[in-house]
Ligand binder design. Structure first.
Ligand SMILES: Nc1ncnc2c1ncn2[C@@H]1O[C@H](COP(=O)(O)OP(=O)(O)OP(=O)(O)O)[C@@H](O)[C@H]1O
Ligand SMILES: [Mg+2]
Length: 387
């Protein structure tokens, strides 16, 4: 084990994730003690953010005034919320801090600029504060070493998908539809292809942003795609979306909310409105955004294999319209299911992955994938923070 391992009798790792949808905190309690078995999800916990807190996070996705103060106050505020969630979770499970070997803290991405000059990625939710408040070792800053090695620092989860999803005699794809959507390609058994993965484009990000622009009230997203389902896909707008630079770029690639946001959409809408006499109604735009999410995912999958199994996870797996459209855009040679079909909880997968990254840190395991991120070499990701 890596130095810094405490003399804890702990048995479990906690994975802690706050995704780009800024909906809330996901915690997963994972048992890796049986090395012959798949990682076991023991329990999970979710703490939603208040609307006001979510706005503080999303305000930092794009450049604004006095960002340093805002970002680093939020760094600590988030750590306090994370620590409270860990404490409540332990109480719920009748566990003590000493039962936990470490927390894998992904944190909250507020900016991801993986290309150009001096690329960087920024996750906040201070791991040192979290360790001190919980009295539990924390492994955090998972994306940095991959980036220092010239990689995108994202997506990181494909290596965990590879371990969790059983190999089959046809290709498997794991599609995580969070704020941004990412796909992992797991080649069929005996195939010499490498595991690949990349962000396909927006997942729920634009759906949430556009929905909120047109709806007041407590619901922060288009539940089951009811609003999108009442609209018509505008084919001209959809093909313009599909021409977007990020969609056209080749992997390795990753993206974030600094790119796919209302400014991006406003620009897209102004170019289509300039070309057409009829403006598109808000509900049709929502339907077209769903189509964009699904078509960009399907196109990425078709580029990698001609048939196989597709398993959907993340919040988008709860959106009926997203699942319907994804199934329409995929050719009939793909079978589409949610992760339930593999008896895996698709809502906990990301949090479970960060529990594994902490475990991998403790055991000096390789945890990045150069074929996915573009890093020069393999490495063990993460930095340790002691209570
Ligand atoms: N019943 C539902 N109907 C429609 N959309 C839903 C439903 N449940 C969740 N969602 C969508 O899922 C989003 C949350 O998904 P999730 O937590 O996977 O994203 P995330 O936090 O961005 O995760 P990550 O970035 O780690 O992939 C919500 O913002 C919403 O858009
Ligand atoms: Mg989330």
């Amino acid at each position: 084990m890596t130095s810094g391992q405490s003399s804890t009798s702990g048995k479990y790792y906690i994975g802690l994730m706050s995704g780009t949808s800024a909906d809330g905190i996901d915690l997963a309690l994972v048992d890796f003690s049986d090395e012959q078995a798949k990682p076991k999800l023991v329990a999970s916990y979710y703490q939603a953010y208040s609307g006001e807190f979510a706005e503080k996070i999303t305000a930092l996705y794009v450049p604004g005034d006095n960002e340093i103060d805002h970002a680093f106050h939020l760094d600590v505020a988030l750590a306090h919320l994370f620590a409270q969630a860990v404490t409540d979770f332990l109480t719920q499970e009748a566990l003590n801090p000493s039962d936990i070997i470490a927390i894998g803290n992904h944190g909250q991405t507020i900016r991801h600029r993986p290309s150009g000059n001096n690329p960087y990625t920024l996750q906040i939710g201070c791991s040192q504060t979290l360790a001190t408040l919980t009295s539990i070792r924390v492994v955090g800053q998972f994306r940095r070493k991959d980036m220092a090695l010239g990689g995108q620092g994202a997506p990181l989860v494909p290596i965990f998908h590879q371990q969790l999803v059983p190999q089959k005699d046809s290709a498997c794809f794991v599609v995580n539809i969070g704020g941004i959507a990412n796909v992992t390609y797991l080649p069929k058994q005996g195939c010499s292809d490498t595991v690949l993965g990349f962000d396909t484009g927006p997942g729920n990000a634009l759906l949430d942003d556009w929905f909120n622009q047109h709806h007041q009230g407590n619901t922060k997203f288009d539940e089951n795609g009811a609003w999108a389902g009442a609209g018509q896909v505008n084919q001209a707008l959809l093909s313009q979306f599909m021409q977007d630079d990020y969609i056209q770029a080749k992997a390795p690639k990753s993206t974030g909310r600094e790119y796919y946001n209302l400014d991006w959409l406003t620009q897209q809408l102004s170019s289509i409105n300039n070309d057409s006499d009829v403006s598109i109604t808000p509900v049709d735009i929502q339907a077209t955004l769903v189509a964009f999410t699904c078509k960009s995912i399907a196109q990425s999958i078709h580029a990698l294999a001609q048939h196989g199994n597709v398993y959907v996870c993340g919040g988008g797996a709860h959106n009926t319209i997203v699942l319907e459209q994804l199934s329409e855009y995929l050719t009939t040679r793909f079978e589409l299911n949610t992760m339930d079909a593999l008896a895996i909880d698709g809502d906990q997968l990301e949090a479970m992955a960060f529990a594994w990254f902490a475990y991998a840190y403790d055991h000096n395991l390789v945890s990045n994938m150069p074929a996915v991120t573009g890093a020069k070499t393999t490495c063990t990701l993460g930095s340790l923070f002691l209570p």
